[in-house]
Design a binder for this molecule. Structure first.
Ligand SMILES: [Zn+2]
Length: 161
């Protein structure tokens, strides 16, 4: 996914949250604290994506238990950082990331450290899901999803004889 796609596909915090909910839970949301599926979306206006667990009574969101938990950095910048790091041919310096994503250098460094740790751990599928977001989403309804489609594009057609 290139940067233009990130901006178009994830214009705001809400679209990022919805995407994370989709790749983390799909149609089966559950409490990250106790694992219960007995959960309900909270409707309290301005806080996007809050849920209540009816079993352990906790309040949570899709960021709980991930590298994004309690972050103050807009999720769009996290997604950009992940796309930049995954797409980078060589390793990306924190100074470069800071310039590209409009962050301070210490913030960029912090993000990189968390993204790298997540890539090496069990959160790798979550990050993969972010960068492999189906580009047919952009500006329309989701079509048939195929997570492998982006990895091995078909070879170009042969030149005319
Ligand atoms: Zn719970």
């Amino acid at each position: 996914m290139n940067l233009i796609t990130v901006f178009r596909r994830f214009p705001d915090q809400q679209s990022c949250i919805e995407h994370l909910e989709d790749i983390r839970w799909g149609d089966d949301p559950h409490c990250p604290l106790c694992g219960a599926a007995h959960v309900a979306r909270k409707c309290d206006g301005d806080r996007v994506g809050r849920w209540n667990c009816h079993d352990c009574k906790a309040s949570f969101n899709v960021l709980s238990g991930t590298i994004f938990e309690k972050t103050r950095i807009p999720l769009q910048k996290w997604f950009l950082g992940i796309a930049l790091m995954v797409n980078a041919k060589k390793s990306l310096s924190s100074h470069q990331l800071a310039r590209d994503a409009d962050l301070t250098q210490p913030t960029a460094l912090y993000m990189q450290q968390r993204i790298r740790a997540a890539m090496a751990a069990e959160q790798a599928p979550l990050l993969q899901g972010i960068v492999e977001a189906d580009e047919t989403y952009v500006g329309g309804k989701p079509r048939k999803r195929n997570r492998r489609a982006g990895k091995n594009p078909p070879p170009p057609p042969p030149p005319p004889a």
